[in-house]
Design a protein around this ligand. Structure first.
Ligand code: CAA
Length: 258
């Protein structure tokens, strides 16, 4: 792959968008490589994923403006669908995804971070949706996920006025969970990933599904989704070991994803 770095660690993996010369902007090839990387994940070994950008300046500075500049209406729609399909795949992975936002997260970069479960940011991170200033709408889910993440009013300001948000404000409005000096960002993301990876994978997977699916439906349907996923856990060996360990006042054995 030319533009994606993949590193597998003990229980989690790090995907780095590696197109630093263009501030990690997403062209078609980057999207295709990211898609293939997600398809190749081995969930028996990878229980949490970190997504970050190469270098210390930019997470992802958006979709590639040069590539988009000459698109026709049909090509524009196809490009939007392509990006959305990859981001939806990322959002729907059966493992949590942490965005380690190491600088600019603009346009498609902000949208990429919004497709992750949790966002951590470096002090120099900057979020924004500059699309209306370029004559387009956000195209990789920004009109939908930003409002769901931070509320409609602030999202609409960011979308209509292209107002950018620095790291501390992003934390204040709930767009990121925590802010770190740039050198501490990845270690913090890895620490969190390792903590998630140590918990029972089936339980984590079902919890993610319950939150994500439940947010799309009314509360009665959402609770029914939760009940089903809660019940499913009782078929797992990890549930038996987790609860037995508690009752026997001992550490549980490492969870086995079964
Ligand atoms: N697409 C293509 N190339 C990009 C890019 C992008 N989104 N963002 C940065 N680059 C390239 C620049 O063209 C430049 O390349 P060259 O060295 O070959 O000229 C290189 O990255 C470095 O960028 P700058 O010289 O501009 O760096 P800077 O420090 O002066 O500014 C920046 C940094 C403020 C992030 C600025 O690059 C910028 O505004 N980038 C565009 C951000 C943007 O508008 N993103 C939204 C794109 S639209 C979108 O994403 C649609 C969607 O929803 C799918």
């Amino acid at each position: 792959m030319d533009f994606i770095l993949y590193e597998q660690k003990n229980g989690y993996a790090i995907v780095t968008i590696n197109r630093e010369k263009a501030l990690n902007a997403l062209n078609s090839q980057v999207l295709e490589e990211l898609d293939a990387t997600l398809d190749a994940l081995d969930f028996s070994a990878v229980r949490c994923l970190i997504v970050t950008g190469a270098g210390q300046k930019s997470f992802v500075a958006g979709a590639d403006i040069g590539e988009m500049s000459t698109l026709t209406k049909a090509e524009g729609e196809a490009f939007g669908k392509k990006g959305n399909a990859v981001f939806r795949k990322l959002e729907s992975l059966p493992i949590p995804v942490i965005a380690a936002v190491n600088g600019f997260a603009l346009g498609g970069g902000c949208e990429l971070s919004l497709s992750c479960d949790i966002r951590l940011a470096s002090e120099n991170a900057r979020f924004g949706q500059p699309e209306t200033g370029l004559g387009i709408t956000p195209g990789f889910g920004g009109t939908q996920r930003l409002a769901r993440a931070i509320g409609v009013g602030k999202a609409k300001e960011m979308l209509y006025a292209c107002t950018q948000v620095k790291a501390e404000e992003a934390k204040a409005i709930g767009l990121v969970n925590a802010v770190y000096p740039i050198d501490e960002l990845l270690p913090a993301a890895e620490k969190l990933a390792a903590k998630i990876a140590a918990n029972a994978p089936i339980a984590v997977r079902n919890t993610k599904k319950a939150v994500n699916d439940g947010l799309q439906v009314d509360i009665d349907s959402a609770i029914a989704i939760e009940a089903k996923l809660f019940g499913d856990c009782f078929e797992s060996a990890d549930q038996k070991e987790g609860m037995a360990a508690f009752l026997e006042r001992r550490e549980h054995a490492p969870f086995e994803n079964k």
